[in-house]
Design a protein around this ligand. Structure first.
Ligand SMILES: C[S@@+](CC[C@H](N)C(=O)[O-])C[C@H]1O[C@@H](n2cnc3c(N)ncnc32)[C@H](O)[C@@H]1O
Length: 423
């Protein structure tokens, strides 16, 4: 489908997708979604999530058809800068946590708690209301309560993480132009716009070492991904027949504290897994009862000395420039033997095509790609990019294809090291 889909097609798609969602709600006895009661939201589920994502993309397409170009452009420039400024003010003034979870509050009372005037707060909240954040009580607009979105800034996993999100991404992205004009690219942490935007000589990694509060939030944010069904390590367990490695050894390179390996080994206790990471990360690991993982300090830029039957690299390459990925692969090469498997797990796009129905997912993956660029000068890649990267360094690696289970944003790419030609 092209980006110039006729409104008729859009209408049909909206009809089909809403019907499908309604059927799903009926068959699963789910509640009709509400913006005001999180207990009535559609629970995350691969079937429903896929339909919801497609529908959001199609509705975005409809929006593009309806907007006058100038209005739309102003929405991007004036609207979105104000959006982030507003959310940042809400978060930094601590407003979401001061609004009771299950009832409304007088704006005057709220204002006295967050030390701004009632008039200024009313204006801020009125704008926030247009973003689906907070709502004024219908019968008495001097009172305000939560929506499910503003409630997410007050409690739950994201409430704490939002402090990082309103600080680092806006600063890094606003200076993309300066970094690109200065360096022509943002390749590597030293050229990433993060440094310019944050007004620091430290790159992303050094800055977090010097700002432990933000480092803690960043690590919590990474860990929270495990709870997200779209990026859950459980998909990796279900995607592949890991029992084919029973009695064999897998190295989880850059495996952090082993959360991915633990999921595999719990389902396949006969597989042996060695988690390698930097010494300071390995030093924080603790044995988990009933799980026989081994943790070994190893710098993946140094020659790999641990000969294993397979190497897993999950979320590793996306942190590095092509040149650094080449160094990681070269360091791995000496440990490879006939039949060794390489598994790369990343958010990937199947090329750069975008359709209305893929918009929601494309947007998340492309957002992540631009974050990689602006934070650390790295990138998300396509399947072809990965195949070329691996093949150029280790031509013996035969690409077996990519596996991506329903509901997962993360694909698993598989290679086999083959030196002997088939007879
Ligand atoms: C984005 S995290 C991915 C962690 C894990 N593989 C996952 O999927 O959640 C990148 C990991 O690479 C590790 N790392 C960074 N530089 C490294 C190096 N030179 N040698 C080994 N590990 C490294 C980090 O400590 C971190 O655990």
């Amino acid at each position: 489908m092209s980006l110039h889909t006729l409104p008729n097609d859009i209408q049909n798609l909206i009809g089909q997708l809403t019907d499908r969602l309604e059927d799903w709600i009926k068959t699963n006895h789910a509640d009709v979604p509400s913006n005001f009661d999180s207990s009535e939201r559609l629970k995350s589920n691969p079937d429903a999530d896929e339909t919801k994502g497609r529908l959001i993309g199609v509705l975005e397409q409809l929006k593009w058809l309806l907007y006058e170009p100038t209005d739309y452009l102003k929405e991007l420039t004036q609207g979105r800068s104000l959006d982030i400024g507003t959310v940042r003010a809400l978060v930094r003034l601590g407003i979401p946590a001061k609004v009771p979870a299950n009832r409304d509050i007088a704006v005057v009372e709220l204002a006295s708690k967050v030390f701004v005037t009632a008039k200024a707060l009313t204006r801020l909240l009125s704008y926030a209301e247009t973003l689906g954040l907070f709502r004024f009580t219908v019968e008495d607009r001097s009172r305000v309560g939560h929506t499910v979105f503003s409630a997410g800034l007050a409690q739950g996993v994201y409430a704490e993480l939002a402090a990082w999100d309103v600080t680092v991404p806006p600063a890094a992205s606003i200076e993309l132009s300066t970094a690109l004009r200065t360096y022509g690219s943002c390749d590597g942490p030293e050229k990433a716009s993060f440094k310019i935007g944050m007004g620091t000589e430290d790159n992303f990694y050094q800055w977090h070492k010097n700002n432990p509060v933000y480092a803690d939030l960043f690590h919590k944010g990474m860990a929270s991904e495990q709870e997200d069904p779209r990026t859950s390590p459980q998909h990796i367990v279900n995607t592949y027949d890991w029992s084919s490695f029973n009695g064999k050894v897998i190295v989880d390179l850059g495996g952090s504290t082993g959360h991915v390996s633990k999921s595999i080994i719990k389902a396949h206790p006969e597989v042996q897994i060695v988690v390698q990471d930097q010494a300071d990360v390995i030093a924080t690991t603790k044995p988990t009862e009933g799980v026989s993982l081994r943790f070994v300090a190893h710098d993946f830029f140094e020659v790999q000395t641990y000969v294993a039957d397979a190497y897993i690299l999950r979320y590793i390459f996306h942190n590095w420039t092509d040149e650094d990925c080449v160094r990681i692969l070269k360091a791995l090469r000496p440990a490879l033997r006939e039949g060794t498997k390489l598994f790369v797990m990343e958010l990937v796009q199947d090329g750069y095509a975008m359709s209305p129905e893929s918009w929601f997912e494309d947007r998340i993956i492309r957002r992540r790609d631009m974050q990689m660029m602006s934070f650390i000068g790295a990138s998300e890649r396509t399947i072809d990019d990965y195949d070329k990267l691996v093949h150029d360094v280790i031509p013996e690696f035969q690409f077996e294809g990519s596996h991506r289970p329903a509901g997962s944003f993360v694909a698993m790419l598989e290679w086999t090291f083959v030196t002997m030609e088939d007879e």
